[in-house]
Ligand binder design. Structure first.
Ligand SMILES: Cc1cc2nc3c(=O)[nH]c(=O)nc-3n(C[C@H](O)[C@H](O)[C@H](O)COP(=O)(O)OP(=O)(O)OC[C@H]3O[C@@H](n4cnc5c(N)ncnc54)[C@H](O)[C@@H]3O)c2cc1C
Ligand code: FES
Length: 495
């Protein structure tokens, strides 16, 4: 479903498909915030191409909450405990700088994207979590004096026990910002192609060949800005991350709305902000996450809607969508070299739903790497680090889930038959002792697919809320008739 942000941008510029062989210095794959920030910082002096498999900013970069902040949940106490105070300080510093960098880009390029400085809050509704808030405050104020403030009440109609405020954070319309970057990139001579999917990347001596729409792009350097890397080996990112999906709704609540923006520290995580439209404030609520490809116990849209109606009984729902992002096992993004074994191939992924500042940081780090310059923050996000692998419990879970799903896909026949599928529903059924994925639309029209993920072969699960085939292993998504829409799967399902 289209997000509010994408709906709000009219007359988007369109870009051609790759329709001949091309040669470039740098090929950036993916035109979300990571690809566009990298292209922006490459500027005028480097020859580069950005290729996008669909439309610019249609994926997670166009479906988020638009909070530009260094407050990534209750994160600094976690960073202190896991990596020490110097690390936590640098993480805070680089994210605060990223807010300033984004503001500077918006000013320099005259981007009208509703950028506004506001306070950001993390709140809890649980008395037992009060101490987590005060511990976070202590750590943050150790990093920067008076940055954080604990409050016992905030301006949200929920039973809040405690909250922590960061002043001078920001928000914007992410799609308008993306198109502002696009205009600047084009003005600087950068080339962008849409509807151009990279289906294979081959290393030949000191160059890369990227296969796109039956043509080839030859590049010295490649940036995988695809959110989830589409090359499996030798980077092994599929062992170091999973994807999590959240629900989003925009509502006209017919009441006065709050200033600032909010996210809960307790589960289910819910995040709120306002959007100013024609002199009126709308509410954007995001949350009720689930690990992509797993069964959702309840319908997240309904859960979110009932939370919003509890807060604002007259709320009218205007938009609904879902979006996913990569969650790294140590909660820190991977930015830099894809692998020691593939020189000049770069990656930025695992943003843990905090990719607005992180994509700006990634753009700067990747451009410094491409241009062979030092970057004082590259060690923070070192993509080839081994620490996430040391999260044995989570990794064991992921391997065991993938193994079960692959074994299940091969051996266990489903108990349902095609007549057991109701209209508007999808399921894996037994047809002549073969597993077939069946979706019946509201009129009973049948769509069948082979329900095996084209990424690494896990068995898919049908999400009856969004009518999509989803992969429990690494979060690929396919339409009910098999079109690959969310990476790492890039090949459509067999019909
Ligand atoms: C619900 C939700 C709310 C969020 N809210 C916030 C927030 O408030 N603040 C914040 O900081 N972060 C937030 N985030 C996180 C942030 O939106 C993401 O981390 C960020 O947008 C990721 O950007 P990206 O460019 O790496 O990925 P994407 O936006 O996914 O872009 C990747 C692009 O690559 C393209 N692509 C993939 N494979 C290929 C291929 N083979 N060939 C060509 N193109 C390809 C895709 O089509 C896509 O356009 C949120 C995330 C979610 C899910
Ligand atoms: S996403 Fe990896 S196997 Fe499906």
């Amino acid at each position: 479903m289209e997000s509010y942000w994408n709906r709000s941008v009219k007359n988007k510029p369109k870009f051609p498909k790759v329709d001949n062989n091309l040669v470039t210095d740098v090929c950036i794959i993916g035109a979300g915030l990571t690809g566009l920030s990298t292209g922006y910082y490459l500027g005028k002096d480097t020859d580069f191409i950005i290729i996008e498999k669909d439309e610019i900013c249609l994926s997670t970069s166009g479906k988020n909450t638009g909070k530009v902040t260094s407050q990534h949940g209750l994160f600094y106490k976690y960073l202190l405990d896991s990596n020490g105070i110097e690390y936590a300080k640098k993480y805070f510093e680089v994210n605060e700088k990223a807010i300033d960098n984004i503001e500077k880009i918006i000013r320099d390029e005259n981007i009208e994207c509703e950028f506004k400085r506001e306070s950001s809050y993390v709140f809890t509704r649980k008395p037992e979590d009060k101490s987590r808030i005060s511990n976070e405050e202590k750590v943050v104020n150790k990093i920067q004096k008076d940055k954080a403030k604990v409050l016992s009440n905030v301006n949200l109609p929920l039973d809040i026990v405690s909250a922590i405020e960061f002043k001078n954070q920001a928000k914007f319309n992410p799609v308008k910002y993306c198109y502002g970057l696009v205009n600047a990139i084009v003005r600087n001579g950068g080339k962008i192609y849409e509807n151009s999917k990279a289906t294979k990347i081959e290393k030949l001596d000191d160059k890369y060949e990227i296969y796109v729409n039956e043509y080839k792009i030859t590049a010295n350097k490649v940036v995988l800005a695809t959110r989830y890397p589409t090359i499996n080996i030798p980077g092994y990112y599929f062992l170091k991350m999973y994807q999590s999906t959240s629900y989003a709704i925009v509502a006209d609540v017919k009441e006065e709305l709050f200033d600032g923006y909010y996210i809960s520290s307790d589960n289910p995580v819910i995040s709120f902000r306002t959007i100013e439209e024609n002199g009126k404030k709308l509410l954007l609520a995001v949350g009720y996450d689930y690990k992509t490809g797993t069964e959702q116990v309840t319908n997240g849209y309904l859960d979110l809607e009932s939370t919003v109606r509890y807060m604002y009984p007259q709320a009218e729902i205007l938009d609904k969508w879902t979006a996913e992002d990569c969650i790294s096992l140590d909660k820190i993004a991977y930015i830099g070299e894809y692998s020691h074994l593939m020189k000049n191939l770069y990656v930025a992924t695992g943003y843990n739903k905090w990719g607005l500042t992180t994509s700006n940081i990634a753009g700067k780090i990747l451009v410094d790497k491409i241009l062979d310059r030092e970057n004082e923050y590259e060690e923070l996000y070192k993509s080839t680090r081994l620490e996430p692998i040391k999260n044995f419990d989570e990794m064991k879970n992921m391997i065991s889930e993938a193994k079960d799903s692959i074994i299940l896909s091969k051996f266990k026949l489903p108990k349902d038959y095609i007549e057991d599928v109701k209209n508007g529903e999808g399921k894996i059924v037994n047809i002549d002792n073969q597993k077939i994925g069946v979706y019946k639309d509201d009129n009973g029209k049948i769509f069948t697919v082979k329900p095996i993920c084209t990424h690494l072969g896990c068995e898919l699960y049908f999400n009856n809320i969004d009518k999509l085939w989803e992969c429990p292993c690494h979060g690929s998504k396919f339409t009910y008739d098999g079109k690959a829409i969310e990476v790492p799967g890039i090949v459509d399902l067999e019909q």
